[in-house]
Design a protein around this ligand. Sequence first.
Ligand SMILES: Cc1cc2nc3c(=O)[nH]c(=O)nc-3n(C[C@H](O)[C@H](O)[C@H](O)COP(=O)(O)OP(=O)(O)OC[C@H]3O[C@@H](n4cnc5c(N)ncnc54)[C@H](O)[C@@H]3O)c2cc1C
Length: 632
Amino acid sequence: MKLEQKTKAAEEAMEVAEASRETEWEKPSFVGDIFLGRYNLDLISPFPEQSAEDKKIGDEFLAKLERFLAENVDADKIDSEGEYPQAILDGLKQLGAFGMKIPKEYGGLGFSAVNYNRAIALIATWCGSTVAWVSAHQSIGVPQPLKLFGTPEQKKKWLPKLAAGAISAFALTEPGVGSDPAKMSTTATPSPDGKGWILNGQKLWCTNGTRAELIVVMAQTPPKIVGGKEKKQITAFLVETSSPGVKVDHRCQFMGLRGIGNALLSFRDVFIPAENIIWGEGLGLKLALITLNTGRLTIPAGCAAGSRRMLQIARDWSNERVQWGLPIGKHEAIASELAWMASHTFAQESIAWLTSGLADAGKVDLRLEAAMAKLFNTEVAWQIVDKLVQIRGGRGYENAQSLEARGEKPWPVERIMRDMRINRIFEGTSEIQHLFIAREAVDPHMKRAGIMLKPDATLGEKLPALTKAGLHYAGWYPTLFVPKGRGNFGRFGKLGKHLSFAESTSRKLARAIFHAMTLYQAKLERKQRTLFRIVDIGTDLFAMSAAITYAQYQAEKGGDTANAHDLADHFCREARIRIERNFETLFHNHDEQSYKVAMSFMKGEFQWAEGMLVEGILPTPENVEEAIRSMT
Ligand SMILES: Cc1cc2nc3c(=O)[nH]c(=O)nc-3n(C[C@H](O)[C@H](O)[C@H](O)COP(=O)(O)OP(=O)(O)OC[C@H]3O[C@@H](n4cnc5c(N)ncnc54)[C@H](O)[C@@H]3O)c2cc1C
């Protein structure tokens, strides 16, 4: 592809993504405010407590679910056989586990976000593949978009079936498109009789696709002329897999989650009735993004639960294993890892339950918090599993069956690591979460200074915008230096100082965003490392705030959890070091040099480095020929 074509393709992709972005902010956003230098802790504190009535509903279900898991789900067996028993799916259906998120009026359990995520967390401590079956069905599968955008008729027709266990799936990704689904090639064209649509194309990695009865499929429909310009249309369809032309081309196999039913699906001249469009023509990408945004709290809850399970293993093993005369947990190197794991698991938990509680309360916009929860919890869980493997030494690398066969505890650390890795990739990779958050962080500034940042805007267009933005920033900028609110956090005890830090750092961050904008202007969009550092600072500020409010809540409850402040304090100390480092490298770094090396690398200029460096051992074709000659 030539450079001009590439730029045009990138611009088109951006245009479609922008058109599908949720731009309205009807409710306040704690994280959105942080990026503007406003630290409004009241939005997340006091910690949203689950009501006793709701908790009772959850407790009763969890007791049944736990019994079912204990009696039926052997995660290591599922992993080694690579098949998911239908009997388990049937049992889960009977429990109502496929209808947890579906309202009661449609035959579901109508769970709150907290209860749904408690159930997901419980399953996650048991078996990753089981989480995927249950969660792909209702966190992103058909029930979620139907609940959000379905007509009353669609809900009445489909939700009861889905609650009863008709398995569903979500099909966005294709072989040619992943993070940038706007360029999808699956098409739906109006049927000649005018009664519906004809679907053609392929969808890749559709979780539950091997056994799904209903799938929400995103496809391109004919473009429309809007404002004199042709506008691409992506539309969401409800597809019954029993329809002629729907085929499972291949069941995909993975590093982990070996029990999931993930498929490459093809659609060949599949007829879809007109009434199966969800929300409306051209709204499919927006629907997909909103579905992913709202379903995004499940993975963080699952990751936090996985980390809790790992903590138990780490604690037992660090006490039990003695080397050099000491339990390994007492050697400082391991001790510091244990403290990191415990405090970061606490932060993950805080984020999972804070966001779930806030989702139920419905008073704040959680778009950014949900993306941060996905980003933070998946990244931290991965670091925790890596640390756990290290702490277990050789046993961390050995699988559970092998450990058991030679009489050791079959802790499945090796499987947990394989199962855990995908979380940083699916439902939006960590890079895409960073970009999504960065886009929203910069957006309020863009709105004021937008045209100044556009590469194709003329000076004449830029000047009035510059004056207008200048007037705004002239008033706004000095306020970011005013040390407001210090000492208002006394009720948080020793954690109050971390809140003061978070408050002043949010102002420093807003200033940094403004500096980055003025320094890089239109190029800021391409300065991903700068944007990522900004996002990482914001994410750590959010995580600190969540951990502190959760610790306060736990401490006030008393009992065992009275020392939660110690974990939150340790987490905040670690987070503050990361924050400082990100500020230090925000404008003083070697990003440009790193990019240049990567471009040379892409062109093959370092191809020599891919071979072995010791001359004579190099397996070049000549060496191999010479070796063969000498043997014959
Ligand atoms: C086990 C599994 C289950 C899945 N389940 C589903 C499902 O049920 N439904 C469904 O529709 N999809 C599903 N997916 C697809 C999944 O969501 C995608 O893998 C994911 O969105 C990333 O797309 P990709 O793999 O094509 O990576 P790509 O988009 O090709 O990205 C490759 C790498 O480049 C990075 N990258 C891409 N664009 C940028 C950018 N602009 N800036 C910086 N970095 C960038 C990415 O972060 C990634 O690291 C599943 C995938 C797997 C493996």
